[in-house]
Design a protein around this ligand. Structure first.
Ligand code: CA2
Length: 146
C-alpha cells in the first residue's frame, strides 16, 4: 500500500481563520486539512495531517514521517526562524520534504528572513495563502512520480 503524505504544522496555526486574515487568509486549518485530503486522494495518496505548538512533538512527527510516510510537507511557522532541532530532524529524512508558508516571510520583518528549515528541505513554497499547501502537495506528488 502507498505510504501517506505527512502534512505538519507548527505553532499558532491552530488559530488560522480567527485572527490576522489580512496576512494568513480566512480559511481554517480544518478547511486546509480537508482540501489537502481531497486533492491527495485524486492522485491516490492518503494524508496524515497534524498541528502542534510544541517543538519536540514536531520533531517526533518528522521522524514518524521518515519511517511511515512517502513525503513531507511542513509549515514550521515561527520555528522556521529558530529551530536547529527541526533542521536536524529534516536532515535525517530520505523522503522529499517541502517547506511551505502561507505568507511570504521575505517581505515581512527581518527576523523572518532566516530559515533554519530551507537548507534541509527539497524546496520551499511561500506567499500563496492556503494555496501554498496545494502547490506543495502537487510538488511532492510530481517528485514521487519521477
Ligand atoms: O506564513 C506562514 O505560513 C508562517 O509560517 C506563519 C508563522 C510565521 O511565524 C512565519 O514567519 C510564516 C506564524 C503562524 C501564526 O499563525 C497565526 C494564524 C492566525 C492568527 C495568528 C497567528
Amino acid at each position: 500500500m502507498t505510504k501517506p503524505i505527512y502534512i505538519l504544522n507548527g505553532p499558532n496555526l491552530n488559530l488560522l481563520g480567527t485572527r490576522e486574515p489580512e496576512i494568513y487568509g480566512s480559511e481554517t486549518l480544518a478547511d486546509i486539512e480537508a482540501a489537502c485530503a481531497e486533492s491527495a486522494k485524486e492522485h491516490g495518496y492518503n494524508t496524515v495531517f497534524h498541528q502542534s505548538n510544541i517543538e519536540g512533538e514536531i520533531v517526533d512527527m518528522i521522524q514518524e514521517a521518515g519511517q511511515k510516510g512517502s513525503a513531507l510537507i511542513l509549515n514550521p511557522a515561527a520555528y522556521t526562524h529558530t529551530s536547529v532541532a527541526i533542521h536536524d530532524a529534516l536532515k535525517t529524512l530520505d523522503i522529499p520534504a517541502i517547506e511551505i508558508h502561507l505568507s511570504q516571510p521575505a517581505k515581512r520583518e527581518s527576523f523572518r528572513r532566516r530559515s533554519f528549515v530551507s537548507e534541509a528541505c527539497t524546496g520551499t513554497i511561500s506567499g500563496f495563502g492556503a494555496n501554498s499547501y496545494d502547490l506543495g502537495l502537487h510538488a511532492v506528488i510530481n517528485l514521487l512520480k519521477t
